[in-house]
Design a binder for this molecule. Structure first.
Ligand SMILES: Cc1cc2nc3c(=O)[nH]c(=O)nc-3n(C[C@H](O)[C@H](O)[C@H](O)COP(=O)(O)O)c2cc1C
Length: 310
């Protein structure tokens, strides 16, 4: 197999990464011994994500999978984050520069790439055991981020209030609502993956993704987690994105389901309250638990997101 075909196969895995509304805001340039990851500005949400923060998190998640897939194929890679100050949309370059012997754990995480999906269904009221919590928290720190797990009633109540408030503010903005609606469908989130609204007495408010099905009761004692870094520059977005994907794959490998909740990071006042609560820069809130499988969403073909240079 040539290195170009190895990289192309790694990109096919990378595009399974999560992205806001399944926008898939990435492009890849493949060279014989390297691959560049670009932010695709045409797929960044101008109202919801004006500074492309969430899009860079998604690209970071794709970058983690790219690194993992290349490691599984036996390649050591050196990654340069934001390698050219004059070209801020060039997010990273991964250069293949030697051999690598993947560990069993690498294989476990890579297997999860194909099974992982956002699960917006209610979770079971089963506690998440300590070993799985530890593994997810370690996954975040291994990538330079932190995962604050929250299920004690007081901070949980504060976070669920912030989510509710943010969801309300976003719902009052017709431009945001129109922008979201445009991504509900085959190029975005298909109806089957959209989940159902929560009953009014639920602690959690999930995003309204256009479901016309009736409301459903969500878990009474959810486990939420704030994914944080110590800073908020584009580099930290990419750190957070790689940590996000490592946490999600670790969770999937442990049989856990996850759904991201980004409403509180999209409203400045709730983001600032969240940051004060956890004492760091929050990139995303995750809901974690055991549940019945959700529905995977499709991706654009790899040929649509790659350019191969001689
Ligand atoms: C930065 C970011 C923010 C997200 N925010 C939400 C959200 O608020 N609510 C939600 O249901 N899903 C959210 N998602 C999940 C995406 O909608 C999901 O990744 C995408 O539709 C692809 O589906 P998949 O994760 O099942 O592969 C988010 C994902 C990312 C990366």
């Amino acid at each position: 197999m040539t290195t170009v075909s190895v990289i192309r196969a790694a990109v096919a895995a990378a595009v399974r990464a999560p992205s806001p509304y399944n926008t898939q805001p990435w492009r890849f340039t493949i060279r014989p011994d390297a691959v560049d990851l670009w932010l695709d500005r045409t797929r960044v949400l101008p109202i919801t994500d004006p500074d492309a923060h969430e899009a860079r998190i998604a690209c970071g998640a794709a970058l983690f999978t790219l690194r993992l897939a290349l490691a599984i194929a036996g390649h050591h890679t050196t990654v340069a984050i934001l390698p050219d100050r004059a070209t801020p949309d060039l997010l990273a370059t991964a250069t293949l520069d030697g051999k690598h012997h993947p560990s069993t754990h690498h294989h476990t995480l890579f297997d999860a790439v194909w099974r992982r999906h956002t699960n917006r269904r209610p979770f079971l009221d089963w506690p998440v055991p300590t070993p799985a919590r530890t593994a997810m928290a370690r996954a975040a720190t291994q990538e330079g981020a932190d995962l604050h797990l929250i299920d004690h009633p007081a901070p949980l109540g504060t976070i669920t209030d912030l989510i509710r408030r943010a969801d309300h503010v976003l719902g009052q903005n017709p431009d945001h609502v129109a922008e979201v609606s445009a991504w509900l469908g085959p190029d975005g989130i298909p109806p089957l993956a959209a989940g159902r609204p929560s009953t009014p007495d639920s602690l959690l408010v999930l995003r309204d993704l256009g479901s016309t099905a009736g409301s459903v009761a969500f878990e009474r004692r959810p486990l939420l987690a704030a994914l944080t870094t110590i800073g908020s520059t584009p580099t930290y977005d990419l750190v957070a994105g790689q940590a996000l994907q490592r946490v999600l794959l670790e969770a999937c490998a442990a049989g856990l389901a996850v759904s991201p909740l980004s409403q509180p990071i999209e409203v400045p006042s709730t983001l600032s309250a969240l940051n004060t609560l956890v004492g760091a820069t929050t990139h995303l809130v995750l809901r974690i638990g055991y549940g019945h499988p959700g529905v995977p969403t499709p991706r654009r073909p790899v040929t649509d997101v790659t350019t191969t240079l001689p």
